[in-house]
Design a protein around this ligand. Structure first.
Ligand code: CA
Length: 360
């Protein structure tokens, strides 16, 4: 009889008795952890993935293993969470690895790089390819172990005050853009700006910046960018499938029983699938609302895509020459990307293109 059956059959006396006995599946009794997120609660799908994870851990452990979730800034600065986990200030964090490309560009490979893997491909590289193994080898230098925990799917290319007719219009354009992508935007003439979510609207309205990218319709709608910069471009070629990660302090992870380690793995995988499902389920309605409210949809001109692609590949070659961690991981990543795109261009792309053209 397992512990939960004992509780169910024996009532409170049984709970007390079971609590007093050495629990086979939860060494050391109750476990209480704290999770520091890099995100505000307003990003309910992204911050929400940490809540989904924590609830699953509690449910799967029969309430013996609980994790409290804290928004960015609550326990430590949003971008201080890797230091927090590395130093053991908190047991775990939930973040977008590419925020930390300033520590080492290889962090971006665990999240998204311009013209990288899409969401399906990223998950395949992680679980079936060498992605998880290679990223964990790298994260071990920071005293932590990673678990994939969420993906937004391909993002939108952001909001622009004026139309972009060609790559020449990018020259001098001040754009709020997240993380590593700024390195490529710079190379095609843009001026990347680092502005927190809460201040983007005002900067766009005043014209302090010319453009801003955030996530996609569901999150963008809440911030109302369409009212001040109506040209909504696609796709977000710098975020074809950005992955969020759960990072756990290695010592904290090692202290878990085999059962609790399995619980963490299962709960993180569940939250990983759940977050993508939420975006795929919620973006279509939000896009309709945005277009109804005046957003003007445009694909990026071909020369913008082609020039950015060329510059991204040149940047990756430069990084191969100067960053050993990048080179080791990117070599595998690039091969996986080539093979995967060769496969996806047949059934997936043809099927999707056909279906999306139908009037259903
Ligand atoms: Ca983004």
């Amino acid at each position: 009889m397992d512990r939960r059956s004992i509780i169910k059959h024996a009532g409170i006396a049984g709970v007390l008795a079971a609590g007093a006995a050495p629990a086979a599946h939860a060494q050391g009794g109750a476990i209480r952890w704290r999770l520091a997120s890099s995100f505000p609660k307003a990003l309910d799908t992204i911050f929400g993935a940490a809540e989904v994870f924590a609830k699953k851990v509690s449910d799967l452990s029969g309430g013996k293993f609980t994790i409290t979730t804290h928004a960015g800034g609550e326990l430590m600065p949003a971008f201080g969470v890797v230091d927090g986990v590395q130093n053991g200030t908190v047991e775990c964090c939930h973040t977008a690895p590419y925020y930390f490309f300033g520590k080492n560009e290889a962090f971006a490979l665990g999240c998204a790089i311009p013209f990288g893997l899409n969401s399906r491909q990223m998950t395949a590289w992680m679980y079936e390819g060498n992605g998880l193994k290679l990223m964990r080898e790298f994260y071990a230098k920071y005293n932590m172990i990673s678990f994939p925990m969420g993906n937004t799917g391909a993002q939108m290319g952001g909001w622009y005050r004026k139309e972009i007719k060609s790559v020449a219009d990018i020259k001098g354009m001040k754009m709020r853009i997240g993380g590593f992508a700024g390195r490529v935007l710079e190379r095609i003439g843009g001026v990347p700006q680092n502005i927190p979510g809460g201040e983007i609207y005002q900067a766009l309205e005043k014209g302090t910046i010319d453009a801003a990218e955030w996530v996609g319709p569901y999150d963008d709608l809440k911030l109302g960018f369409h009212k001040v910069a109506p040209h909504y471009y696609y796709p977000g070629w710098w975020e074809g499938g950005p992955q969020l990660d759960l990072y756990i302090n290695q010592k904290a992870y090692d202290s878990l029983s085999a059962e609790n380690k399995a619980i963490v793995e299962c709960a993180a995988s569940y939250a990983h699938v759940d977050m993508q499902a939420k975006y795929d389920g919620r973006n279509p309605g939000a896009l309709k609302t945005l277009v109804g409210a005046g957003a003007k949809l445009h694909p990026f001109p071909n020369d913008v895509m082609a020039t950015a692609f060329k510059e991204a590949m040149a940047l990756y070659e430069e990084l191969n020459a100067k960053n050993e961690d990048w080179k080791k991981i990117y070599t595998d990543y690039a091969k996986f990307r080539a093979d995967s795109n060769l496969w996806f261009r047949f059934t997936e792309a043809r099927f999707d293109n056909f279906m999306q053209a139908q009037k259903l």
